[in-house]
Design a protein around this ligand. Structure first.
Ligand SMILES: *Cc1c(COP(=O)(O)O)cnc(C)c1O
Length: 313
């Protein structure tokens, strides 16, 4: 599997480490680089596993608030101290779906000390709109020895239950991660499936394109209803509902639709089949017409400017 990844991404075999999902990879990376008193900077809200993994390693989490639902890379660079071992950049971000532009990423990398790792979590990289200029980790890391790319087979390839992901990094980092990894972390079945998924690249791309087309339709329909939805680059849309997030999630549940609710912040809705998406849109349409008890209508999610899908932060 590592050999196939190395040839597909055009990187040396020694730079590839496979692990039990990208969470398994991150855990090993933290174990290899962090100790009590170390700091790990990441955006928040972002992937839910980050804070727990940082605490498990003994390091201190340093969350930096998102700005307009996107990474605030300037503030994240400001948060780096001599104790910072690592900065996590989730691109696209889970759960808000925003991406980091290439120029901003390069300006950020210029500011990060070379002995501090930057981890680019590309779990949703396959779903990024083609017209957006965002870095490709497997290329960027060549000129940036402190950049580590983490990828997974859980999303575009749909193998979440089999637990397989990988890391691409320069040899010193890759070797350190391999050294602390649980031996035989990736099962034979997971490797066979991941190899089959890489060989079925055309079919995976076809499914990714179908998800992206539906994502576009869902987002446009919601915008047409007056919802403010940030540019979506994952296999989901983010609804910044603020104090109405729980109310909306409850309405979805009544309709038999499972969404991810972050109380007081928003709701992440995964893109499904066209029929499933239609059911979701029907709930959104009905909810749009419902008066809010909690706050004046429009305060948080109905009145803001529409964000163009090409807009990159
Ligand atoms: C799903 C997800 C992962 C975890 O992937 P596994 O490979 O299943 O561990 C990592 N990062 C982000 C941002 C994710 O959304």
């Amino acid at each position: 599997l590592a050999a196939l990844i190395s040839s597909r991404f055009g990187v040396p075999f020694e730079h590839v480490v496979v692990g039990a999902g990208s969470i398994g990879i991150l855990q090993a990376l933290f174990a290899a680089t962090c100790e009590a008193g170390a700091e790990v900077v990441y955006a928040w809200r972002s992937f839910e596993a980050y804070p727990g993994l940082v605490l498990l390693s003994g390091a201190d989490p340093v969350p930096v608030p998102l700005r307009h639902e996107a990474h605030d890379l300037a503030a994240m660079a400001d948060a780096i101290t001599p104790r910072t071992r690592m900065v996590l950049v989730c691109n696209p971000n889970n759960p808000t779906g925003t991406v980091v532009g290439r120029r901003m990423m390069n300006a950020f990398l210029d500011r990060v000390p070379t002995d501090c790792l930057v981890v680019l979590d590309e779990a949703y990289r396959d779903f990024v709109d083609g017209n957006v200029d965002t870095p490709e980790g497997a290329e960027t890391y060549r000129e940036r020895p402190n950049l580590v790319v983490v990828r997974t087979f859980s999303k575009a390839q749909g193998l979440a239950g089999l637990r397989v992901g990988f890391l691409i990094a320069q040899a010193p980092v890759a070797t350190a991660v391999r050294t602390v990894q649980l031996p035989y972390a990736v099962s034979h079945l997971a490797q066979v499936a991941a190899i089959a998924a890489l060989r079925a690249g055309h079919e995976v791309s076809r499914r990714v394109r179908a998800v992206m087309a539906e994502r576009h339709r869902v987002r446009e329909t919601l915008a047409g209803l007056g919802w403010r939805i940030p540019a979506a680059h994952g296999n989901f849309v983010w609804l910044p509902l603020g104090s109405r997030a729980e109310e909306f999630a409850a309405a979805c549940e009544v309709a038999g639709i499972s969404v991810r609710c972050f109380a007081g912040e928003g709701v992440r809705a995964s893109i499904g089949s066209p029929g499933e998406n239609d059911r979701f849109l029907a709930v959104a349409r009905a909810f749009r017409g419902r008066p809010s008890a909690a706050e004046p209508v429009g305060l948080n999610f109905m009145a803001g400017p529409r964000v163009r899908s090409s807009q990159v932060s």
